[in-house]
Design a protein around this ligand. Sequence first.
Ligand code: C2E
Ligand code: MG
Ligand code: MG
Ligand code: MG
Length: 282
Amino acid sequence: DEAAAENLRWKAYDPAKLADAEWKLSLLGRLDAAIDSGEVWVAYQPQLDVASGRISGAEALVRWSHPEKGEVSPMEFVLAAEQGNRIDKLTEFVLSDAIKTAASFAARGETFDIAVNISARLLEKPGLIGTVRRLLDESRLPPERLTLEVTESAAMTSGRASIRTLEEIGSVGINVSIDDYGTGFSTLEYFKKIPATEVKIDKSFVNLLDRNASDRLMVRSTIELAHSLGRIVVAEGVETDEILAELVKLGCDRIQGYLIGRPMKVAQLVRLIADRTHAAAA
Ligand code: C2E
Ligand code: MG
Ligand code: MG
Ligand code: MG
């Protein structure tokens, strides 16, 4: 009817949407140059291994330090890259940086696990596994040191091609993590079907863990289920000592969050690890 048509017209010319589309296009247009110039770079957020008390690895998180706009959220430009068919290029850049970083730790005799986020879209197409294996070979990093994170909602809605990619990733020894777990309403059935080695509990369940009984129940049952299936559990978004203590009590394997460290440059991470090793030895 007329009201609906008017509504559509209004939407099509919504200035906010137009500005958003232009903004994304401008990001896409600059992406290659921004990668080459270092405006786009990779930050590393440490993960604490509860059993050993050491920083056992990090998650690679892409950053864009834009000269005019400041820090642009990866939520924005990753989406732009997905929509503009440039996610292959962006992901290869992050993978390459992350694998080199992990290899540099390995060269100093430290085992260091590296996690990289992978868009659902990339699982549907062939090519990812070849790229990853080439980069691992070039840096001589064992596949066991790498984890690819796929969000729970992406894993759930993925079709046969994506499941096959995940199986292939697993068959060559690379780890798969279900990221943002708890936000995708997946069933026990599905949990078993995805060839994952790790479950990463979403920060929305971790945030109020020490104050919210239903969150605690969710986290506890996830840890029990994951362990019974032989998977390890990581909690993201850990900001306080109280929440850390709670997670340790519940048997969580790894901890990631501002309490341990924010996403940072490699040099800072190296310093953080050295400082902790020093403190532990003292
Ligand atoms: P994610 O993979 O779930 O990453 C965790 C996000 O939580 C990161 O946000 C991290 O900075 C933030 N975080 C970590 N600890 C804490 C904490 O204690 N408190 C709070 N409030 N936040 C914490 P970031 O870096 O803004 O990334 C947002 C999302 O963008 C990521 O969520 C991931 O889905 C996506 N992303 C980032 N880098 C890449 C990438 O290289 N490729 C792809 N495909 N996606 C990426
Ligand atoms: Mg992640
Ligand atoms: Mg996450
Ligand atoms: Mg998240």
